[in-house]
Design a protein around this ligand. Structure first.
Ligand code: PNS
Length: 183
């Protein structure tokens, strides 16, 4: 289906897909979703299932955290996908994929990914939104590192995520090593 045809579905309105690992979701991600809702009628937060990345949270845990946060925001759909993003997008009515850009260091990775996706599907555009200044330094990776070492991440991730991180990192270090979290 051509991009313009997808965008013309009156029942769905304009839909954007926001894909990512969301391991875990941060206020940086949430800021992008909230700003995207000003432009799009619906935003699909699409959690990638990629066990090679050895996520801290299972896909079910990530889905639960994101769904709980957006439970009162019906214009946000939370879903997960396996395999190629372009294949997932093709099954939806989305007109673009959305990514947040924090700094120039994000650019190269994002540029490669957007270019690869465009080469796989010439109709797929990636829209970049600059992360708000309050969250420029926030990434799921650093949140996990700080939480693992006992630092506070309140205000950077939703309260539910703070609690889930505390539960995860309460496990003894030996157990964490066994399941690969401390590599
Ligand atoms: O939050 P992340 O880990 O930076 O998100 C990366 C993600 C999940 C968007 C990307 O890895 C992805 O789209 N994975 C699905 C597999 C795929 O389509 N790969 C080809 C794009 S290079």
């Amino acid at each position: 289906m051509k991009k313009s045809e997808k965008g013309e579905d009156r029942n769905m309105g304009k839909v954007a897909i926001y894909p990512g690992s969301f391991d875990p979701i941060t206020y940086g991600h949430i800021d992008i979703v909230e700003r995207a809702l000003e432009i799009f009628d619906k935003v699909i937060v699409a959690i990638a299932v990629n066990e090679e990345k050895r996520p801290l949270f299972s896909v079910e845990e990530r889905l639960q955290m994101v769904k709980t946060f957006f439970k009162d925001t019906p214009r946000v759909i939370v879903d997960s996908f396996k395999g190629l993003l372009v294949d997932y997008v093709a099954k939806t009515n989305a007109i673009v994929t959305l990514r947040g850009l924090r700094a120039t260091s994000d650019f190269e990775y994002e540029f490669h990914m957007a270019s690869m996706n465009r080469s796989l599907d010439t109709h797929l555009d990636t829209l970049f939104m600059m992360t708000s200044k309050d969250y420029f330094f926030v990434s799921s990776r650093t949140i996990k590192e700080v939480a693992r070492l006992g630092g506070g991440v309140e205000g950077l991730v939703p309260d539910l995520v703070v609690r889930r991180l505390k539960e995860k990192f309460k496990l003894p270090v030996t157990k964490r090593k066994q399941i690969g979290w401390d590599d």
